[in-house]
Design a protein around this ligand. Structure first.
Ligand SMILES: Cc1cc2nc3c(=O)[nH]c(=O)nc-3n(C[C@H](O)[C@H](O)[C@H](O)COP(=O)(O)OP(=O)(O)OC[C@H]3O[C@@H](n4cnc5c(N)ncnc54)[C@H](O)[C@@H]3O)c2cc1C
Length: 437
């Protein structure tokens, strides 16, 4: 009997766990293909620690080819989904176009940064969703510190050491706090500079930060960050950053060499180039069975979706509520989707996805954190320990768990690695200069 061709779009949390579940439950009945721009799954909760030098960035990603034995991995960018024709169009990094045919599609494309048309943002800002951005932020911060130590111009030094983070949500707070912690640690090697030279500014449009953890933990975090000398500007918007000239809605004007945008996400824009039914905010509409559904809630044959790109009803919270974009939901939805798809292929009934969000743990630098788990709120060192324990257990594969644990252990004995690889982005420069001389 011919195997069912299952195409999984995106090899992130949902893509990896759906493929693993499907291969376990229905290996002899399916031909699994995973299409992703990157050959790895990114464990996003470790990106702030990768940016801060506590984890080797490669250890925060899980190679798809190694973990998905029995699946076909295609590296390319999906550009259009023709579900009526059961075809996806994609392009390689070299620009070559190709198409993939399927019987069942799993849409797991995740989300992209949600930006606003702010002058200078697209040209000057950077995001914080992928490992390359974490590496780049780390190199940038350490590189700016090194340059600031060699300039005698105070205005230039101030600009180099001003880091603006826009968005005080979960990922933004972690990236902000971890990067500052690393920058402070790096200053021990720069006698020319002191902690007062660092100027870390967070800009948040809402009246509080960390909304995911509730007002009490948000306020605790704000006070804690300000105690460390960082500025948290609430009810303030970034209005411009052309060439690093920062303009804020509270009237402040100053210069910064680094602007990091962490102000939320929106579903993958590729969905707009598909004939799949989308919700009001651009997500694929899904039922609690994780089948894609039309406006009347009728399943679209052959289409499934989960994770940040999907609008999945939250049955635990009741009518009209949707699952928030989080790794916690993404992993559980993916396993559920894999089981339902395997059941569908054998004609068995489908189950509905139900999960009560357990809460969140966040790291705010070495030995510092906040946690709100099942009503229990922790601060400081206990929350940080909980963060590390939880994520060490949660990162997929023994291989990655072991490598991350070794990174942390090495840092206890040798301190974290604070070398900047600023030239990583220009690998041919030295050779070209030599060739010209
Ligand atoms: C810095 C940071 C920290 C976070 N920390 C936490 C946390 O502590 N706890 C928590 O619950 N959540 C956390 N999250 C959120 C969590 O990472 C996401 O909810 C989760 O990754 C969603 O999984 P997904 O599979 O839907 O999307 P992703 O994991 O983003 O996977 C999408 C995949 O699709 C691929 N892709 C995208 N477009 C295309 C295309 N056109 N063609 C081919 N492939 C494509 C991408 O390369 C990616 O591999 C964090 C997020 C960030 C950015």
């Amino acid at each position: 009997m011919a195997r069912t061709r299952v195409l999984i779009l995106g090899g992130g949390y949902v893509g990896l766990y759906t493929a693993l579940t499907l291969l376990r439950k229905a290996r002899d009945r399916v031909e699994v293909t995973v299409l992703d721009r990157r050959p790895y799954m990114t464990y996003a909760p470790f990106l702030p620690e990768a940016a801060a030098g506590s984890i080797e960035p490669r250890h925060a990603v899980v190679p798809l080819r190694r973990e998905l034995e029995g699946a076909r991995i295609l590296q390319g960018r999906a550009t259009a989904i023709d579900h009526a024709g059961r075809t996806v169009t994609a392009a390689t990094d070299l620009g070559e176009e190709f198409t993939v045919e399927y019987d069942e599609v799993v849409v797991a494309l995740g989300a992209v940064s949600r930006t606003l048309p702010i002058p200078g943002l697209a040209e000057f800002g950077m995001g914080f969703k992928y490992v390359e951005e974490a590496i780049s932020l780390r190199n940038r911060v350490l590189g700016r510190i090194a340059r600031a130590a060699t300039t005698t111009d105070p205005a230039q030094r101030r600009r180099l050491l001003t880091f603006v983070f826009v968005g005080g949500g979960f990922a933004g707070c972690e990236a902000f706090a971890e990067t500052e912690d690393m920058a402070k640690a790096a200053l021990r090697y720069y006698p020319e500079l002191s902690g007062e030279d660092l100027n870390f500014v967070m800009v948040e449009a809402a009246p509080r930060i960390l909304p995911e953890m509730g007002p009490e933990m948000g306020e605790y975090t704000r006070v804690e960050l300000e105690r460390r000398g960082m500025r948290v500007l609430l009810e303030t918007r970034l209005e411009g950053c052309v060439d690093g000239r920062i303009e804020l809605s509270n009237g402040e004007r100053f210069e910064a060499d680094t602007v990091v945008w962490t102000a939320g996400v929106k579903p993958s824009p590729v969905l707009a180039a598909s004939d799949l039914p989308l919700g009001p905010r651009g997500h694929v509409s899904a039922a609690a069975t994780l089948q894609v559904v039309d406006a009347d809630g009728v399943p679209v044959p052959g289409a499934w979706a989960a994770g940040d790109c999907a609008q999945v009803p939250n049955l635990v919270e009741g009518e009209g509520d949707w699952c928030a974009p989080s790794a916690q939901h993404a992993v559980r939805q993916a396993k559920h989707l894999g089981r339902n798809l395997a059941a569908h292929l054998s004609g068995a009934p489908l189950a509905e996805y139900r999960h009560r969000h357990l809460g969140l743990v966040a790291s705010l630098g070495l030995n510092k954190g906040v946690a709100s788990v099942m009503g229990v709120k922790l601060r400081g060192w206990p929350a940080w320990v909980m963060h590390r324990t939880y994520h060490l257990l949660a990162i997929p594969t023994f291989n990655r768990k072991a490598r991350v644990a070794l990174d942390w252990t090495a840092a206890v004995f040798f301190r974290r690695d604070l070398v900047s690889m600023g030239r990583l982005h220009e690998p041919r420069r030295a050779f070209q200069e030599a060739a010209r001389s």
